[in-house]
Design a protein around this ligand. Structure first.
Ligand code: AMP
Ligand code: ZN
Length: 468
């Protein structure tokens, strides 16, 4: 398996700490609002990462946090408590808000065939552990107390910028330009480990601590939840690219200061989904959600298909037009599989499947090239050296990673199986004719289909068809 590693800025060979086992951590959602389809794009790719590792033989232990307290955009005084904002907006308590949006997140994930991680940690369940963690950092001399808050002193971590590779002076200017400077910090990038001086009126969730009543900083939850569940070192830590310069950088600083060891071997980051106005963001107001896609008549799994046709390290600009196109391709794919399923006479499997399995595996081992893996699936469907039973065997096998519900019956309104069968048969006949160099017959079949309102196209995925 080869994976791009943000730490080394190159595609590295993946080697796990323990043989055949992978310890993986995923930054989870902030549950003050519905996840938008951008967040879910990242979770779909993380699901692909986990399933690909399992496909190639690893046993994966995956941990994810749920941010149900705090989550400041930054530690600056004008950061906002998103949870509190959500609660005020909806006249609910913070815990009611958190529960509602946590359930919504898992329901959306299920609709997108995203597997639930083996361990889910709610940030509010680990308060005592954060306190113990901060006490250790304090004892080791990495912190200072100012204006009621405990800060992490980044000057004590000499390789603080190893993940972001950003020059501190540049970062400093950026921090100053964007937010009101916190004059109590020794360095602009210092961050709060424990707040006692709430920046917000009516801060609802507070706990007692050696520094006074307060609440934890945001980054601390990922460090502590992963240490508790995965130990002091792990293989892969995932998240969206927005987390590189602050959240993940601060997670590394505090965790490695706490353990005195290197923490994560592979940092994996997914690029953003953009809307026509730029990055999709929860705080922008009305966002695109799975429910909205459903309201517009889309099958959520078609969105997964759309996402898998682009690489996780490339930005993707969303439009309903492109989703519609992807959905139409997805429906046709399912219909083609249904035709194979219906006519399957259960012949024996032969060694012919091996090459296709190998091709599929090498696509996912190539830094998770899902688009190419889908091309292998099309190769299977049009293969002349595979019987129907072998084709279905391979679809089922690839589904372990792709999870596109390909073997589920297409929705009744998406399929007219007699018509699809007729089209597929004519396409087969035309292929035969071309093979026999009977181009007259091939053209005749093309025209016959055209008269029925079906246009065919020779593509790298084989012959595709659409209605005119
Ligand atoms: P949040 O709930 O805001 O903490 O974000 C959850 C996950 O979605 C994180 O891994 C983010 O990095 C990621 N994310 C945020 N915005 C986008 C976006 N526009 N496209 C893809 N992923 C995103
Ligand atoms: Zn995190």
């Amino acid at each position: 398996m080869k994976l791009y590693n943000t730490l080394t800025r190159k595609i590295d060979d993946f080697k796990s700490i323990e043989e055949n086992k992978v310890k993986m951590y995923t930054c989870g959602p902030t549950v003050y609002n519905y996840a938008h389809i951008g967040n879910l794009r990242t979770y779909i790719h993380e699901d692909i990462l986990e399933k690909s590792l399992e496909y190639v033989g690893y046993d994966v232990k995956r941990v994810m946090n749920i941010t149900d307290v705090g989550h400041l955009e930054s530690d600056a005084d004008d950061g906002e408590d998103k949870m509190l904002k959500g609660a005020i907006r909806e006249h609910k308590t913070i815990l009611e808000i958190a529960e509602h949006y946590t359930n919504a997140f898992f329901s959306d994930s299920e609709k997108l065939n995203i597997k639930k991680p083996s361990i889910i940690g709610k940030a509010t369940d680990y308060i005592n552990d954060y306190i113990e963690f901060v006490k250790v950092l304090e004892k080791k001399g990495f912190t200072y107390f100012a204006n009621g808050n405990v800060y992490f002193d980044i000057s004590k971590k000499s390789d603080y910028t190893k993940l972001s590779r950003l020059d501190l002076d540049t970062l400093q200017t950026a921090v100053r330009d964007n937010v009101t400077e916190d004059l109590h910090k020794k360095n602009p990038q210092d961050f709060v480990l424990w707040f006692t001086k709430s920046k917000f009126e009516n801060q609802a969730l507070k706990w007692d601590s050696p520094w006074g009543v307060g609440y934890p900083g945001w980054h601390i939850e990922c460090s502590v939840i992963s240490l508790k569940n995965l130990g002091e070192q792990m293989d892969i830590h995932c998240g969206g690219v927005d987390h590189i310069p602050v959240h993940h950088t601060n997670e590394i600083a505090q965790t490695e200061s706490y353990t005195g060891k290197d923490w994560v071997n592979y940092w994996w980051h997914a690029e953003h989904l953009l809307d026509l106005e730029g990055k999709m963001s929860k705080s922008k107001g009305k966002v695109l959600t799975v429910s909205l896609l459903e309201e517009k008549g889309f099958n959520p799994v078609a969105y997964r298909y759309y996402v898998l046709n682009s690489h996780y390290r490339k930005q993707l600009t969303f439009s309903f037009e492109s989703l519609k196109q992807a959905e139409s391709g997805y429906k046709k794919l399912k219909n083609r599989i249904k035709v194979v399923k219906d006519r399957n006479s259960k012949e024996e499997l032969t060694d012919n499947v091996i090459t296709y399995k190998r091709n599929f595996k090498s696509c996912i081992e190539d830094d998770l090239n899902t688009a190419n893996a889908i091309t292998v699936l099309y190769d299977v469907l049009k293969a002349e050296d595979l019987n129907d039973n072998e084709k279905l065997y391979l679809v089922e096998d690839f589904e372990k990673v792709l999870s596109l519900s390909l073997l589920e019956e297409p929705k009744i309104e998406d399929v007219n199986s007699d018509e699809v069968k007729m089209i597929e048969e004519l396409i087969e006949k035309r292929k035969e004719a071309k093979k026999n160099k009977d181009f007259q017959l091939a053209d005749k079949i093309r025209n016959e289909l055209l008269n029925k309102g079906i246009q065919i196209k020779d593509t790298r995925e084989g012959v595709t068809w659409s209605r005119i």
